[in-house]
Design a protein around this ligand. Structure first.
Ligand code: ADP
Ligand code: MG
Length: 300
C-alpha cells in the first residue's frame, strides 16, 4: 500500500467475455474502507462474475482490481488471502466434515470459532456432519467461514439465499455490528429491499455495466414523490387542477399529482370550486420501485 488513503476496492475497466457473450462491458467503481456496499442488479447482470474477479477467481479480458492498493488478478492473490473473507454462490462444503471442522479449516482460533457460531446461532448443529445440513444451514456455515477470521473486507454473494427470516435478521445485525467495528462489506443481491436496511452505498449493475453508484441517502432522494387526492367529483377536480397547471392524472378513483407541490393552494382551488375532498395522501416510491424505474428508463 503506497499511502494510508488507499481505497478498499478500486476496479477500473473490467471486461469479461465467455465465448462471444460479453458479460462485463466496462466495470468501474471504487469505495472506501468501512463502507457497507450493496451490489444490486437483476439475475445475470454480472454480480457474481464481478465478485469472482475481485477475488482473483476469474481471468478477466481487461481491467484492474486493487484491494487496499494492492493488485489482484487470477495470478496474484496475496491481499485476498490475507485481508478478505468471501462466500460466492454456494459454499464449498465437505459432506463428511462437521460445521466445526469446516471452521477449523479457516482458523486456529477457538475463540473466533465460538464467537461466529454464537453470532449466527449455529450451536445446535455445528458438530453434526454437514451432509445433514439443510440449504439454509449450509449457507450460514458458508457465511461463518467468510467471517471467522475477522477479515477487513467481506464479500458475500446473495448471502440471504435460503435463510429464514430470523437468520436474515441476525445476519443483518451481525453485519451492522462488524461494520461498526470497521469491517468493509460488499454484498450482492437481486433484491434491493433485502439490503436497503444495511447498506451505505448501492452499486447498480445491469448487463455487465455499472448503471449507478450512489449513497443510500442520494438514492432515497431520487424517489419520486406524489400526492394522492380523492374527491366526490374527480372529473371536475381534474379540470380545476389542470386549469391551474398542476401535473395531475386520474388513476382509478384517485387523482395523482405527480410532482411535489405546496398543498394549501391546491386544496384551496378545489374548495373554491366547492369540491369535497375525501382523502389526501403523500406518496413516496419505495427504493425497489426507484431501482426498477431507473432500469426501465435506461432500456427505453
Ligand atoms: N462460466 C460461465 N460461462 C459462460 N457464461 C457464464 C459463466 N458464468 C456466468 N456466465 C454468464 O454471465 C452472465 C452474468 O452472470 P453472473 O455474474 O452470474 O450474474 P449475476 O450474479 O448478476 O446473476 C450471465 O449471463 C451468465 O449466464
Ligand atoms: Mg449471482
Amino acid at each position: 500500500m503506497q499511502n494510508g488513503q488507499a481505497k478498499m476496492i478500486q476496479v477500473t475497466g473490467l471486461r469479461k467475455k465467455f465465448g462471444h457473450h460479453v458479460v462485463l462491458r466496462d466495470v468501474n467503481f471504487a469505495f472506501s474502507t468501512g463502507e457497507v456496499v450493496g451490489l444490486v442488479g437483476p439475475n445475470g447482470a454480472g454480480k457474481t462474475t464481478i465478485m469472482k474477479a475481485l477475488l482473483g477467481l476469474l481471468a478477466t479480458d481487461a481491467g484492474n482490481v486493487r484491494i487496499l492498493g494492492q493488485p489482484v488478478s487470477a495470478n496474484i492473490h496475496t491481499v485476498v488471502t490475507q485481508q478478505v473473507g468471501a462466500l460466492i454462490e454456494r459454499p464449498a462444503i465437505y459432506p463428511f466434515l462437521t460445521g466445526w471442522q469446516h471452521l477449523q479449516l479457516m482458523t486456529t482460533s477457538r475463540e473466533q470459532m465460538t464467537w461466529v457460531v454464537q453470532a449466527l446461532q449455529m450451536e445446535a448443529y455445528i458438530h453434526r456432519p454437514a451432509k445433514r445440513y439443510s440449504l439454509g444451514m449450509k449457507q450460514k456455515l458458508g457465511i461463518a467461514m467468510a467471517l471467522v477470521n475477522r477479515p477487513r473486507l467481506v464479500i458475500l454473494d446473495e448471502p440471504m439465499n435460503g435463510l429464514d427470516p430470523q437468520s436474515v435478521k441476525r445476519l443483518r445485525h451481525l453485519i451492522g455490528q462488524l461494520a461498526g467495528e470497521g469491517t468493509t462489506f460488499l454484498i450482492s443481491s437481486h433484491i434491493l429491499s433485502e439490503l436497503e436496511k444495511i447498506i451505505d452505498t448501492v452499486i447498480l449493475i445491469d448487463q455487465g455495466e455499472v448503471l449507478l453508484q450512489r449513497t443510500m441517502a442520494q438514492f432515497r432522494e431520487s424517489a419520486r414523490q406524489s400526492l394522492v387526492v380523492r374527491t366526490t367529483e374527480n372529473a371536475r377536480a381534474l379540470r380545476v387542477l389542470l386549469q391551474d397547471d398542476y401535473p395531475v392524472t386520474q388513476r382509478g378513483s384517485d387523482l395523482i399529482v405527480t410532482k411535489p407541490v405546496v398543498l394549501t393552494p391546491l386544496l384551496q382551488a378545489l374548495l373554491n370550486a366547492h369540491i369535497q375532498i375525501l382523502k389526501v395522501n403523500q406518496h413516496r416510491e419505495d427504493l425497489e420501485t426507484v431501482l426498477l424505474r431507473l432500469l426501465a428508463e435506461r432500456k427505453a
